[in-house]
Each structure stands twice: as structure tokens, then as C-alpha cells.
Design a protein around this ligand. Structure first.
Ligand code: 5GP
Ligand code: ZN
Length: 120
């Protein structure tokens, strides 16, 4: 049922989180988007915001994914507002060389400490 609705990938940990097969600390959910706390936070606030349907990464997204990726970013802003965060970073890693380790596209919402630029 879930896989029909969201086109879940059976060997993807974030699809398993969407399906409820792996527990997570959820902070936001709507029809298309799920957000949950990162297992290994690198900032006082470290939330992962993902589309429920599987997309490998930004570079594999198509025009058909533009709407849901926009919703993911708007959801990140809503979460930040709900948590009273004025300054935060929303970042996605694309490809192993850029630090992507989970190939279900996700945006890191980071806040609560100084954000350096450029990122390492
Ligand atoms: P990436 O390295 O792909 O940009 O980010 C993947 C993120 O997913 C990492 O920050 C990592 O800590 C987090 N992560 C990996 N596995 C799990 C998991 O099972 N649950 C949660 N909540 N986060 C995870
Ligand atoms: Zn997935």
C-alpha cells in the first residue's frame, strides 16, 4: 500500500522511515514531506527534511519533482519558524564526493551554532 502510494524503495533507509519500518523522531509531516531528527546531529538542531516519495538525489530530480522539492524547502522553513529559529542553514549533499551517504534526497536543517562559510 505504502509503496504504491509513495513509490518506496525497499532497500532505502529513508523509505523505511517513511513506511514506519525504522523508528525516527518525527518533527513534521504532511502529505508529501516528512522531517525527523538526524541520528548523529552535528548541530543543536539537526533535522532531515525529505520527500516521502523516493528520489535518489537532487541531480536525479526531474521537472516532475520540482513541486515536491519546493515543498520540502518550505517545510524546512516552517519547522525553523515553529522552533523559533531565525538563523539556520538548509543544505543538501549531492553525490558521495560532496558527502551524500543516503541516496534518498534530503535537506539538512541545521541551527543553534555558528554556521561557517564556506562549508567544509
Ligand atoms: P548525507 O550524509 O547523505 O548528507 O546525510 C545522511 C544523514 O542521515 C546523516 O546526517 C546521518 O546521520 C543520517 N542518518 C543515517 N541513517 C539514519 C537513520 O537511520 N535515522 C536517522 N534519523 N538519521 C540517519
Ligand atoms: Zn528512499
Amino acid at each position: 500500500m505504502f509503496s504504491e502510494v509513495f513509490r518506496l524503495s525497499s532497500d532505502c533507509i529513508f523509505c523505511k522511515i517513511v513506511a514506519g519500518e525504522i523508528p525516527s523522531k518525527e518533527v513534521y509531516e504532511d502529505e508529501d514531506v516528512l522531517a525527523f531528527e538526524d541520528l548523529h546531529p552535528v548541530a543543536p538542531t539537526h533535522v532531515l527534511v525529505i520527500p516521502k516519495r523516493h528520489i535518489d538525489s537532487v541531480s536525479t530530480a526531474t521537472d516532475a519533482d520540482a513541486g515536491v522539492l519546493g515543498k520540502v524547502q518550505v517545510a524546512a522553513a516552517k519547522i525553523a519558524a515553529d522552533q523559533g529559529l531565525k538563523d539556520f542553514r538548509v543544505v543538501t549533499n549531492n553525490g558521495r564526493g560532496a558527502g551524500q551517504s543516503v541516496f534518498h534526497v534530503h535537506y539538512h536543517l541545521l541551527a543553534g551554532r555558528r554556521m561557517n562559510w564556506p562549508p567544509g
